[in-house]
Design a binder for this molecule. Structure first.
Ligand code: CTP
Length: 232
C-alpha cells in the first residue's frame, strides 16, 4: 500500500472560539463549538499527519499519539502559540472563530453595577491567518474559513486573496442546519484559481473528509509543481 500524501505532514489547526476578558469573571466570546476543526484534526491524523491543534475553550476531547493540543483563551494567546510553529508546519487550517475585537482595558477588579449603563471600548485583535499569509512560503499551504450572511461568494473570494489562502471554505449563515452548534454543515470551497465547488449538507465528520480530500489535491498540485521544477 502506498503512503498517503498527508503521511508525516505537519498540520496546524486552529479551532473553537476565543474568549476576550472584560474583568476577572466576564468575557466576550461567540458560539463556535470547535466541532469542525476537531473533525479535520481527526481525519488528517487518520491519514498519517502530525497535528498541532491550537484550541479555544470547547467541550471536545481528542487524544492521539501524533497530536499536540495547546489550549488557549484569548486571540493574543492563540496567535503567540501559532507563531511558535508557523515555520515548521506544512499546512495551516484556520478553523477558529477568533474574536475580531477585545476590550481595550481589562478591569483588574470585578466591575460593579453602579452605573445605569456602561460602554466597553473595543480594539482590534491580530488577524492570525492574515499574519501567516504574509510569511507563508511556496511550500506551505494555508486554508481558511469564511462565515458569511450576505454576498457570500464575493466576501469569501476577498478573504482568499487578502489572507493569501490557497483555499477558502465558505459557510453561509443562510443555510439551515449548518454552522454554529449543529453536527451538520454545508460548504463551498473556493481555490486560488477562484474555482468554486459546492457540497451538500452533511455530518461535520463527512464535511471534514471533503475538506481533507481538497487539501490533499492542493498537496498533489504542489508535488507535481515541484516535480516539474526539478526537471527545469
Ligand atoms: N481569522 C484569524 N484571526 C482573526 C480573524 C479571523 O485567523 N483575528 C481566520 C479565521 O479562522 C478564518 C478566516 O480568518 O479562517 C476568516 O475569518 P472571518 O472572521 O470570517 O473573517 P474576517 O477577516 O475577520 O472578516 P469579517 O469578520 O470582517 O467578515
Amino acid at each position: 500500500m502506498t503512503a498517503h500524501l498527508l503521511q508525516g505532514k505537519k498540520v496546524l489547526i486552529t479551532a473553537g472560539p476565543t474568549r476576550e476578558a472584560i474583568d476577572p469573571v466576564r468575557y466576550i466570546s461567540n458560539h463556535s463549538s470547535g466541532k469542525m476543526g476537531y473533525a479535520i484534526a481527526e481525519k488528517v491524523l487518520e491519514l498519517g499527519a502530525e497535528v498541532v491543534l491550537i484550541s479555544g475553550p470547547v467541550n471536545i476531547q481528542l487524544q492521539h499519539p501524533r497530536i499536540r493540543i495547546i489550549k488557549v483563551n484569548a486571540a493574543s494567546e492563540m496567535y503567540l502559540a501559532c507563531c511558535k510553529v508557523f515555520e515548521e508546519i506544512d499546512i495551516a487550517v484556520f478553523a477558529a472563530a477568533v474574536a475580531d475585537y477585545r476590550p481595550a482595558k481589562v478591569s483588574e477588579q470585578k466591575i460593579k453595577k453602579d452605573e445605569a449603563s456602561f460602554t466597553i471600548k473595543m480594539v482590534k485583535n491580530v488577524d492570525i491567518a492574515y499574519e501567516f499569509g504574509k510569511v507563508k512560503t511556496d511550500n506551505q499551504i494555508s486554508v481558511g474559513f469564511a462565515l458569511e450572511t450576505n454576498d457570500e461568494i464575493a466576501h469569501a473570494k476577498n478573504k482568499l486573496q487578502r489572507k493569501n489562502f490557497d483555499m477558502v471554505i465558505l459557510n453561509s449563515m443562510n443555510d439551515a442546519n449548518a454552522t454554529f452548534g449543529y453536527d451538520t454543515n454545508k460548504i463551498t470551497t473556493i481555490n486560488k484559481n477562484l474555482v468554486q465547488k459546492p457540497f451538500s449538507l452533511k455530518q461535520k465528520t463527512e464535511v471534514a473528509k471533503d475538506i481533507v480530500r481538497e487539501i490533499s489535491s492542493l498537496l498533489m498540485r504542489q508535488f507535481e509543481y515541484e516535480e516539474i521544477r526539478a526537471f527545469e
